[in-house]
Design a protein around this ligand. Structure first.
Ligand SMILES: Cc1cc2nc3c(=O)[nH]c(=O)nc-3n(C[C@H](O)[C@H](O)[C@H](O)COP(=O)(O)OP(=O)(O)OC[C@H]3O[C@@H](n4cnc5c(N)ncnc54)[C@H](O)[C@@H]3O)c2cc1C
Length: 386
């Protein structure tokens, strides 16, 4: 067992850190203020630097590195903000990986290189008004008619909705009930019959659009099938990696707040001395560092054990669950340590606290991760239905 990153991994991490710290703080403030997603020009900069599709195969335009490398870069960006990190998330642990892993060659070549070049944004659309945690209740229907697929239904909470050019849509591809009928189809934004609801107004996640998506007799070619009916378990396997990405986004909120609060407590004086001289502050800092480090180790374990494939449900759920809870607590402590300044929108702490809350709902709630963990521990699934 080796807890050291290789020199190449350190170099990649340092490049991402330098770029994010130097260039993206102002961008993050702007996205937060305007509530707008990262502009295309920035996406192309990310692409030039090789930050999109780090763990995607080289012949599809990626860097061909492993999951750990992708998560190292993701953490550096998410320390700045969720919004500036979101394109890295989508291109290395999100919907792009599902397409790379399961789609037919034609679709892979049509979509993945464009994402890695920063010329296309894609999103994942699973949740529905009546299917959140109970995802296998989803009702969006995709009927195969000759060489076309006809899609009808309604989706909810899709991060990227209205902005992304393409969507990995979980849907019913056969009449079989539950998970057995579920597969996934790629749908382009400009297809006839695709429309979007009003942009959601969320507690956090500003700069990451979110909306309902409506599919009204939308037709796409048969080659757009990513996973056929019966392939739900494959989609969930790819989702094990997304879970590590979600955990890293949460980690970034906490690690970014810890870095900044460490400077703050050494500068801010009360009673004529830096507040770091007070033991209560020291204890809080130490507790925050313990939590951040532990989350990072759990995430890295899941990533390293997955090599270039998908992490296990046990290790990825453990990492997500711990990181989600940890981030809410650590960012809350960072707000507290900065007093009134922590509560002010002039500083990024309150944003990190709001975003942290969201990561513990997105990608499956904290409690359902605990159900996954217990289920892996006893080696059987718990039926959630009566
Ligand atoms: C910021 C954000 C971004 C998101 N991005 C996306 C996206 O890009 N694409 C997408 O498809 N979806 C996305 N979602 C949706 C997200 O996946 C769902 O919100 C989540 O799965 C929970 O579903 P729900 O909101 O319907 O809550 P519900 O399923 O109604 O759950 C409500 C509460 O009940 C609890 N609960 C439910 N069932 C059980 C059970 N069996 N055991 C224990 N507790 C249970 C939950 O833990 C939760 O606390 C996003 C959500 C948020 C907040």
């Amino acid at each position: 067992m080796n807890f050291q990153l290789t020199s190449e991994q350190c170099e990649l991490q340092e490049t991402a850190r330098r770029f994010a710290q130097k260039e993206l703080k102002v961008v993050a403030e702007e996205l937060e203020r305007e509530g707008k997603p990262l502009p295309k020009a920035w996406l192309e900069r990310y692409a030039e630097m090789g930050f999109l599709g780090i763990n995607v195969a080289e012949d599809l335009g990626g860097m061909g590195l492993g999951n750990l490398e992708a998560l190292l870069v993701l953490e550096e960006f998410s320390k700045i903000s969720s919004a500036v990190a979101f394109p890295i998330f989508e291109s290395s642990v999100g919907p792009v990986k599902a397409i790379e892993s399961f789609a037919q060659d034609e679709l892979k070549r049509r979509v993945v290189p464009k994402v890695c070049e920063g010329k296309m944004v894609i999103a994942v659309s699973m949740s529905e008004p009546e299917a959140g945690t109970a995802l296998t209740d989803l009702a969006t229907k995709a009927e195969i008619k000759g060489n076309k697929i006809l899609i009808n239904g309604e989706k909810r909470w899709c991060s990227g909705a209205g902005h992304a050019e393409g969507y990995v849509v979980y849907c019913r591809l056969s009449d079989e009930r539950g998970a057995k009928g579920i597969g996934a189809v790629f749908v382009e934004k400009d297809c006839q019959g695709v429309s979007f609801g009003e942009q959601e107004r969320l507690l956090g996640f500003r700069g990451i659009p979110s909306a309902d998506i409506y599919f009204d007799s939308v037709e796409v070619p048969l080659e757009n099938i990513i996973v056929e009916a019966g392939g739900f378990s494959k989609l969930m396997e790819a989702f094990d990696l997304e879970r590590c990405g979600n955990a890293t986004m949460a980690l970034g909120q906490a690690a970014g707040s810890l870095d900044e609060v460490l400077d703050y407590v050494q500068e801010r004086k009360q009673f004529g001395r830096p507040i770091v001289d007070f033991q209560a502050v020291q204890i809080k800092l130490a507790e925050m560092a313990m939590q951040v480090d532990a989350a990072r180790l759990l995430i890295h374990r899941a990533a390293v054990n997955s090599e270039r494939g998908h992490p296990s449900i046990y290790e990825s759920s453990l990492a997500k669950c711990f990181a989600n809870e940890m981030a809410r607590e650590v960012t809350g402590n960072a707000v507290q340590l900065m007093g009134g300044y922590g509560y002010s929108k002039d500083y990024p702490m309150e944003r990190r606290l709001r975003d942290s809350w969201g990561w513990g709902i997105a990608g499956g709630t904290i409690d359902i991760q605990k159900v996954n963990i217990a289920s892996s521990m006893v080696g059987r699934r718990f039926n959630q239905r009566i």
